[in-house]
Design a protein around this ligand. Structure first.
Ligand SMILES: C[S@@+](CC[C@H](N)C(=O)[O-])C[C@H]1O[C@@H](n2cnc3c(N)ncnc32)[C@H](O)[C@@H]1O
Length: 279
């Protein structure tokens, strides 16, 4: 009984904390997966030596710097260049031939984190001689991480993994052709940034972003509950041209979603979908 009450009270405190974050800062975590949110908040609570989430709520309301920290805790930013190399191979093989039929192409990277995904795509487009006629939009709700994405500066020690991924994705040349090394970091060449527009966009609260031919939203929706996932899937449906493509992360799926019947499956393992033409 005591344990039951404790859990119910803790759940209530978390809901109130998320409500406070939404009302004070406009970031909506109310429909993120409960397990994920609780895990991340618990980590911060323990680190700060706080006994409960109500004291955390007080701190969040009165200390914007603490909120910034919490925002980083709640948004997992793990990413890589050419993450899941086999996925990039499939995009080249199954999606590019369709993109090539358009005079101008628009691609949206929703939840782009520090930019590695969008730079990987820019490299693939460059190698397919399509970069000049493609506009890439890279969005994230976390403006600090978006700033990192714009800068395109990455530590040298992670670039080894990026290079392995690039080769496994059948990159045409050498990854080092696309960056300049500077002591212990690398800077993505400015030429690659020319056709990329970085912009804040919150998938939980913002609207349609534009008319896209291809949308990447990889490893973002795993943190959302079913309702929020459906909101975002509808947003993507509205944002795609008929015949446009949607790419999700390997643990994400359109199956069982509200829009499942409006898309056809292009590749199961790679989670590539295509919006049906007849709606
Ligand atoms: C794990 S990263 C994935 C990065 C990249 N797409 C990849 O697969 O490597 C998840 C990203 O989603 C962003 N994110 C989380 N919730 C979001 C929301 N409501 N709106 C926009 N971006 C969000 C986070 O800030 C983070 O950068």
């Amino acid at each position: 009984m005591f344990e039951e009450n404790k859990t119910a009270n803790e759940y209530l405190e978390i809901q109130l904390l998320l409500e406070a974050i939404y009302r004070k800062y406009g970031y909506d975590f109310r429909e993120y997966s409960v397990a994920h949110t609780r895990r991340r908040l618990e980590y911060r609570r323990a680190r700060e030596g706080m006994t409960n989430y109500s004291s955390m709520q007080h701190k969040v309301i009165h200390e914007p710097a603490f909120f910034e920290q919490l925002l980083l805790d709640l948004s997992i930013n793990v990413t890589e260049m050419f993450r899941d190399p086999w996925f990039y191979q499939k995009v080249r093989e199954l999606v590019f031939p369709h993109l090539q039929t358009y005079p101008f192409v628009k691609v949206w990277h929703a939840g782009c984190s520090a930019g590695q995904e969008v730079y990987s795509m820019a490299i693939m487009l460059e190698e397919a001689l399509m970069r000049e006629r493609t506009q890439l939009y890279a969005t994230d709700f976390n403006e600090a991480i978006l700033e990192k994405a714009k800068n395109g500066i990455y530590p040298m020690d992670v670039v080894r993994q990026y290079t392995t991924n690039y080769q496994a994705a059948n990159g045409a040349t050498s990854l080092s052709d696309y960056y300049t090394a500077d002591y212990d970091s690398v800077i993505i060449k400015s030429q690659l940034k020319e056709k990329i527009l970085f912009s804040p966009h919150n998938l939980a609260t913002d609207g349609v972003f534009g008319e896209m031919h291809l949308i990447f939203c990889r490893n973002v929706l795993i943190y959302f509950n079913r309702e929020l996932q459906n909101r975002v899937f509808n947003l993507f449906y509205e944002s795609l041209v008929p015949g446009g493509f949607l790419c999700l992360g390997s643990k994400e799926s359109l199956r069982f979603s509200d829009v499942a019947s409006k898309f056809e499956l292009v590749s199961e393992r790679e989670k590539i979908y295509r919006k049906k033409r007849e709606g």
